[in-house]
Design a protein around this ligand. Structure first.
Ligand SMILES: Cc1ncc(C[n+]2csc(CCOP(=O)(O)OP(=O)(O)O)c2C)c(N)n1
Ligand SMILES: [Mg+2]
Length: 412
């Protein structure tokens, strides 16, 4: 007779399962770390914009909190689960504060930066880690001028940042993914010619508007022809550009833009993995009529229509409007609560750190082909959810945002 395992036994089993997987921590723990990185990122940008020494008429410092939030879990999966010490990440330039926040939490800031794998004092550089005080100073110094050589951060990834050893510096969208690809090629070339090079993987996170830059289209076939299995690009598919929706033309382009991107990459020899849905949505798809809801999300809605639905805050109005415009959703709407429906629209795969990590690990399996992961995301996560992509000013002035983002400096 089999008896039910005790809570302790189940927990031990879970721990054992985790020890076999490259994903070593439970999702709840990873999500909390991502939440901490989100808080730090928002604070860095807020502090940079509210400095006491700022004078009236000075230009605002900027920062891109919404673009950072949309890449939060993609970056989290890379930093916390997938990346090795030899890998490089070429992130969207305007999401640099997120990289700094994860490196801060992992205490990966060095006195003079430098490259992985080399011993301390390589070529005269001091690669000691920064002290906690120095790291705090750096985090409070986003886009500040250093007065006495103290660590500060540039607005975009820079060779002067104290955590630059794991990323490629640039401020120009369209360039980091190309840099990552040619560096991947250089590593492969050196290895093929008998040099001892580390087993590095090259990751690049691109914006969906960035993917319209001409530079990337020149490189895409090149990277496939050279069989760069050590290269993965990840599109942060949030359907928004700098300050608003990207309005694509579903009829003329034969479907939504994620499908165009997929077809483009497959036609050019890349593998493609779509990460569309989080685990809550996947559960709801199993309810009556769930397949109709899945079809709505994947095939029926224009990108622009989905963005409009995300703006509806009134649960009853959302249900009523959907039933009117999509009567075939009747069975599904009867099978879900108002709250479930509201959150189902927000449960994008690009914020499910486990789904992302699995896709990233999968992307490394094929040694002969580069991979594009299309991570569906939301560009107004957390405190900013009720607002459009606010790019530069820090938390908007609403009661809820004041509660969730205390303005007291960076405290971990
Ligand atoms: C070559 C170049 N052009 C313009 C910019 C200014 N810029 C910064 S982010 C951005 C686009 C943001 O949209 P997207 O690529 O979709 O990224 P998201 O913020 O939505 O993740 C632009 C045009 C830049 N940094 N580099
Ligand atoms: Mg975008």
């Amino acid at each position: 007779m089999s008896s039910k395992p005790s809570a302790r036994e189940s927990a031990t089993k879970k721990e054992k399962d985790l020890s076999k997987s490259p994903i070593r921590a439970p999702k709840e723990v990873l999500d909390r770390i991502c939440g901490r990185a989100h808080y730090l990122t928002t604070q860095m940008i807020w502090l940079a914009n509210k400095r006491a020494e700022k004078e009236k008429g000075d230009p605002k410092t900027g920062g891109h909190p919404a673009a950072c939030a949309s890449a939060l879990h993609i970056t989290g999966a890379l930093h916390l689960i997938v990346k090795s010490g030899f890998d490089y990440i070429a992130n969207k330039p305007h999401a640099a504060p997120v990289d700094h926040s994860y490196n801060y939490l992992m205490k990966l800031m060095l006195k003079n930066g430098g490259h992985h794998g080399h011993p301390v004092e390589f070529l005269g550089q001091n690669l000691d880690r920064l002290s906690q005080d120095e790291m705090d100073q750096a985090m409070e110094g986003l886009r500040k001028f250093a007065e006495n050589g103290e660590p500060v951060f540039q607005s975009y990834h820079s060779a002067y940042d104290s955590d630059h050893h794991g990323f490629l510096p640039t401020g120009t969208v369209g360039i980091p993914p190309v840099n990552a690809g040619y560096l991947a090629h250089a590593y492969r070339f050196a290895k093929d010619h008998g040099y001892d090079v580390p087993e590095a993987h090259f990751w690049s996170i691109l914006g969906d508007s960035e993917f319209r830059e001409g530079s990337v289209y020149e490189a895409i076939p090149d990277f496939a022809e050279r069989e760069l299995g050590n290269l993965t690009w990840i599109i942060d598919y949030n359907r928004q550009s700098l300050d608003g929706h990207r309005i694509t033309n579903k009829e003329i382009m034969n479907g939504t833009d994620d499908k165009r991107i997929e077809r483009t990459m497959v036609a050019n020899g890349w593998d493609v993995i779509q990460v569309r849905h989080g685990h809550k949505r996947l559960e709801l798809f199993k309810r009556p009529g769930g397949e109709v809801f899945q079809d709505l999300l994947e095939n029926q809605l224009q990108d622009y229509e989905l963005q409009s639905l995300l703006l509806v805050q009134d649960y009853a109005a959302l249900r009523k409007g959907l039933l009117k415009s999509h009567p075939n959703l009747k069975a599904f709407l009867e099978a879900v609560s108002d709250t479930e429906l509201y959150w189902a629209f927000r449960d994008f795969g690009g914020h499910d750190i486990i789904a992302l990590a699995q896709a990233m690990l999968k992307s490394k399996e094929n040694k002969r082909k580069p991979t594009m992961i299309i991570a569906h995301t939301l560009k107004r996560l957390g405190p900013s959810q009720r607002r459009f992509a606010w790019q530069s000013l820090g938390p908007p002035d609403t009661r809820g945002d004041r509660r969730t983002a205390p303005r007291t400096g960076i405290v971990v």
